[in-house]
Design a protein around this ligand. Structure first.
Ligand code: UDP
Length: 251
């Protein structure tokens, strides 16, 4: 396990995109199963009030900083994380790795047909990529066993679940052993982007760390979720002020 940096109660692995891929490659040969979480500010804030989410993050094999907010927070607290690792970038990079190394991939999530469309596009983009199964993400508790069984039968090495946050993390963590997949990871709306049903922010917005605002413009209903961002900033400033007090007193 790499060194974890604690941000408001959530431990983040100090990795960049490439070292995250190396860690995940190692997991393929280590005893598993492994849950990889790409955690953003919303997840950090949820973990503060939801003990089960806190537990999921604490037990995850790898937690990467998904977004500019977490990296900003880490710098404010004087324990800088090396880089943000956007979930979609990590997922794409893992597809390339999977194609090269022969890992079998399973796509779960999205409306009817999304996982299949994503699969077709990915196979065109990464020749040799082995996708052993696809399934939609709108199923009720009654269908849970069937979904887990379908994944087991396909015996993938890597499972991407795009069931939305935080359902996907709860779903994966609760079925980690039953699924029997070496590495599982929540990918949010990534399958929609791969399927061509949603678009990522233009490159410049991504580089400037403004991808969240682009999503907000396209999906204004996200405003309630994104209220976590100013709340996170407020708590970070408080934490920084608190941490600074003893230092000032000592001097
Ligand atoms: N989704 C799903 N099942 C659900 C709810 C959502 O498969 O019960 C899918 C949805 O179709 C979308 C993805 O989850 O493809 C991401 O949803 P959202 O934008 O809420 O998540 P985020 O990317 O912010 O994690």
């Amino acid at each position: 396990m790499t060194q974890r940096v604690e941000i408001l109660g959530t431990g983040f692995d100090a990795v960049d995109l490439e070292s995250a891929v190396r860690r995940i490659s190692a997991m393929m040969t280590e005893p598993g199963p492994h849950l990889v979480v790409t955690a953003n500010v919303e997840m950090v804030m949820l973990a503060r009030r939801a003990p089960d989410v806190r537990e999921i993050l604490a037990r995850a094999s790898l937690v990467v900083a998904d977004g500019v907010g977490v990296v900003w927070g880490s710098r404010q607290l004087g324990r800088p994380l090396p880089a943000r690792v956007p979930g979609i970038d990590l997922a794409e990079r893992l597809c390339r790795e999977a194609a090269g190394r022969g890992w079998r991939l399973y796509l779960l999530g999205g409306a009817a047909g999304v996982a299949e469309a994503a699969s077709a596009r990915l196979r065109a983009r990464y020749p040799g990529l082995l996708i052993t199964g696809c399934a939609g993400g709108y199923f009720g508790p009654g269908e849970d066993r069937r979904v887990v069984e379908a994944v087991r039968r396909a015996s993938p090495d890597l499972l991407f679940a795009g069931l939305g946050f935080p359902r996907q993390e709860r779903w994966l963590a609760g079925r980690l052993d039953a699924l029997g997949v070496p590495v599982v990871m929540g990918v949010g709306g990534t399958l929609d982007v791969w399927a061509g049903r949603a678009r990522r922010a233009p490159r410049l917005w991504q580089t400037l760390g403004l991808e969240w605002s682009y999503r907000l413009l396209r999906e204004p209903r996200r405003i309630r979720r994104q209220l976590a961002i100013p709340q996170f900033m407020g708590v970070i400033y408080l934490e920084r002020a608190r941490a600074a007090v003893p230092r000032l007193r000592r001097s």
